[in-house]
Write a protein that binds this ligand. Structure first.
Ligand code: ADP
Ligand code: MG
Length: 242
């Protein structure tokens, strides 16, 4: 197990956004979180990545307690977080966006060291291929489609070599073709990492999920394989039926 969230409570002005939640992620698992608006899905990711402090509960990642760490420390520990709207540098090229996302310092010394430099460029090329942007290296990020920006941001996260990737609605606003490609991308990513994805598109969820957790009012309503969760009468009532 790579992540264990136990008895997690997060409240905003007395309102319990997460209410004694338990949530577990296995190594190399692609774990999808679904549930109605306001269920606490984004809050769960915010708590894991250190953006929001939990009131009580534990968040164990690779045996370390994240709930005491700051956001940048959690990133360094190996957790990458993608927010709902793509955050890329519009005036920089695809290559430059990936380059500046590397955690390794690349100052004057780095530039003098050619061998390491070419390996670094190869690593960028590999990630650009993975996120379908290798033929767009020199384009400014601002010229990319919405879907391509989402992919670029995923590529920027991959530059940090996270062990756990948290993605909030990555296919929202994508075309059908882009959604299919993103499903392939997430399957590829999960071969070497754990991924938690929040998503509403059930076709997409079916295509990628190893395991699904349904959140409702800050609590876990159902959990398991998508086929099982889809048939759960409580899930149909609060979410799928609408
Ligand atoms: P979801 O992502 O499942 O749609 P959220 O986690 O964004 O839900 O929100 C869960 C609940 O917590 C909602 O009722 C939302 O209004 C509330 N909430 C989330 N963030 C904040 C905040 N920063 N301040 C106050 N209330 C918040
Ligand atoms: Mg949300």
């Amino acid at each position: 197990m790579i992540l264990a969230v136990e008895d997690l409570c997060v409240s905003f002005d007395g309102f319990k956004a997460l209410d004694n939640l338990n949530f577990y992620v296995e190594e190399h698992e692609l774990h999808v979180v679904i549930g109605p608006n306001g269920a606490g899905k984004t809050t769960l990711l915010d708590a894991i990545c250190g953006k929001t402090r939990p009131d009580t509960g534990k968040i164990l990642f690779n045996g370390r307690n994240l709930e005491r760490m700051l956001e940048y420390q959690i990133t360094r520990a190996g957790v990458g977080r993608k927010f709902q709207t793509p955050m890329v540098y519009e005036d920089l090229t695809v290559f430059e966006n990936l380059e500046i996302s590397s955690p390794k310092p690349r100052g004057v010394v780095g530039c003098l060291c050619f061998r390491r430099d070419s390996a670094f460029d190869e690593a960028i090329g590999e990630i650009a291929r993975t996120v379908f942007l290798d033929s767009h290296f020199e384009r400014k990020a601002g010229q990319l489609s919405h879907g391509q920006k989402q992919w670029l941001e995923i590529g920027m996260l991959l530059m940090q070599e996270p062990e756990l990737l948290l993605l909030d609605e990555p296919v929202a606003g994508m075309s059908a073709k882009e959604r299919e490609q993103t499903a392939d991308l997430l399957r590829e990513i999960a071969r070497g990492r754990s991924v938690v994805v929040i998503e509403h598109d059930m076709e997409f969820v079916k295509a990628v999920a190893h395991k699904v957790t349904v959140l409702h009012q800050g609590k876990m309503l159902a959990e398991g394989k998508i086929e099982k969760v889809q048939q759960d009468p409580r899930v149909i009532e609060v979410y799928l039926g609408h």
